[in-house]
Design a protein around this ligand. Sequence first.
Ligand SMILES: [Zn+2]
Length: 485
Amino acid sequence: MPGVRALLAGTSTLCALLALGAATGGTERSAGAAHGPFDAQFTGRTLRADIVHVGDAGRETVGFERWRLEGPWPGPRRALTVASPRGEYLAELVAPSGTLLYSTSFSGIFAEWQTTAEAAAGRVRAFPASVRVPEPRRPARLRLSRRGEDGRFSVLLEIPWAPDDPAVDRRPVATVGEVVPLRVTGTPSERFDLLIAGEGYTAAGRDKLLADARRLVDAWLSVEPMAGLADRIDVRVLFVPAGRRGVTDPRRDRWRASPFGCAYGSLGSDRYVLTLDDRRLRELAAQAPYDALVLLLDERKYGGGGIYGLWATVAADTAPAAYVFVHELGHSIAGLADEYYLSSVAYDNLPPVTREPVEPNVTALIDGRPKWADLVAESTPIPTPWNKDAFDRLVRGFEERRRAITEAGGDDDAMEALFAEQARRTGELLAREPFRDVVGAFEGAAYRTRGLWRPALDCLMFRRGATGFCPVCRRAIESELRRYF
Ligand SMILES: [Zn+2]
């Protein structure tokens, strides 16, 4: 289950299950180089393959639904292939000669669902999804592969593409709502384009959406590596008015026909927000160029989510919304793992980690060295000592109180006060650590108290209250962003 993540310290057994997956995978694959300049191979438009994942906990079949032509291609034009896929899936456009034209890696809701109790109980379910690629000028095929337990990819499906195929859906993208440029300084082919889709905002909430988006984007762009690359990052807002404010929350028996179909309680986790309606989401989003997508919820209840290469969700009206926004984009843009490891369930009984996790910011120290060894000073011991016992005691105390609030009905103000106190007190504790400012390997990461290590004592992937990403996460995000400009 690399690269994904429900956020949010500890909402369910989902996190424990995800941790199992985080330990698998790992071998990297050289995807080869693209040949010829972009324009010789591609039309400059975006081609979307609509697919459906079907299966149970252990099996997966992917069915092809249709090709759909969207608008201009906003994505990479030089870095056309990924050398080290970070996601659960790898999609490759291959010419009849076998030449690799384009590749991209991502994770998805189906793969995450496979780790849930529902899947373990034997259910079979179907999840629509899609893959966006540049439209090839000549016949090609799209090869979709899934990462196996050994980390290697095996092919699930190959879809032929022919430019003159009459079955390709070429209808114009319908205009619904409004696309508002929030900060646009260049053309999409020269920028990393972030699209913020307002979800659950009514017609009267348009100004609030723009203000929420501006506030959260400002926070995101104030953090490195985004701050240093801000002149290459463009942001647009998609406003599709909702009939009523907010999104569906089954546990509070609140139901909404919101534009993108988002709901709390996704995959059995109360504060995890996803939409399962990929078709509607993609058709609405296709009105704007985008390399990354955030669904911003007009919601007071803490929540969100982020899946690598898919999109992120963030509730706008919570005190830690800026943290959630930055953290979830770390998942969805860069495939970062959660670095936290304590939450409402204990994970001490997980099997040992035997493979290096695929995520760039956690290591199993299989050969004694972290994958970020080039950033570690010689004077820093590996593993790097820290007062983990005191930190764990403190956090477990907060988790107890959090459970009590949840069981009493989940009061939003009480929860946020607790989060703020936890951020302050864990920060005070970490500030006393001798290795607080170095890159090393600190035990405790990705829902595991033992057997996985994170790069630094503190990071936005580790803790609410952290002031920035650790150097390893910064580098991983920057390498993703730079593919686009
Ligand atoms: Zn980090």
